[in-house]
Design a protein around this ligand. Sequence first.
Ligand code: X2X
Length: 332
Amino acid sequence: ISRRHAIAGLAAMPLVSIGSTRSRAAEFVFKYATGQDPTHPVNLRAAEAIARIREATGGRVEINLFPANQLGSDTDLISQARSGGIEILNISSSILATLVPSCGMLNTGFAFPDYDHVWKAMDGAFGDHVRAQITKSGLFVTDKIWNNGFRQVSSSTRRIATPDNIKGFKIRVPVAPMLTSLFQSLGASPTPINFNEVYSALQTKIVEGQENALPLIYTTKLYEVQNSISMTDHVWDGFWVVGNRRAFASLPNNLRDIVVNEINASAIAQRQDVAKLSDTLRGDLQSKGIAFVDVDRAAFRETLRKSGFYKNWQGKFGDELWNKLQDVVGPL
Ligand code: X2X
């Protein structure tokens, strides 16, 4: 997807009304919920997969997309996916960690130096282990994780360039144990808030800043209530596309294979979309008034190490999974 298309996607994106449109031929009508703006590649690529699935199943499987937390907050949506209120959910691994703790491990601070290491881990033994834990929790999970991107710190009050600058910083984090822990370990003051309340929390100064990948910051217009972004790359985050187990078990094998294969195919395309946007959106955000701050990541990582952050989390996750990640990224 070109950047222009991805950003202007709103015009091209059929705004989905709440409620399901039941096609005459559809035997299976699924709700697919996301927390991202309709113009985010998560939704643009999901819509493509949905169209391919309708085509390939001859209309037997109809999926309706509900972006931007239309059906509830991210934490609500996890409960709905488990109960069957929705059949498909795009959910950040950092938040799914509230149900499946090992999902938080891919947010280990400064673990991934680049995307080559990310995909080697996520499409290898480490990712397989995390997906097995998601399955054990009772959710269905597709094979290929989607890309939320490398997260950066934005602020409306201070320019964050060194670990000292972040001390006491009132920062919004997702309802995500690992991210809360990371910013506590850096000496900041994290507040877990669901994403659909972030814009107003920043606007009313409940918090000074937040941290997210550039495509999220841009498509949700957080640049309107922030004035600087520090390029910390402090974690990489991914989105799992999970499903209600009964709903996926109700699909005949051939239809389920089509659904899973098309969602996986869109995951691979979406990964590149976010990687490309993360490179190109800096200019767009500067034109919206954002000042960019390049930081010394090693200094932040050293602060984390000194705080005992890595040792603590190695103890919580256990050596087996910790080593699966270290096999790819080296000693943490
Ligand atoms: O809530 C966030 O910050 C978001 C959208 O990035 C996640 O889903 C973790």
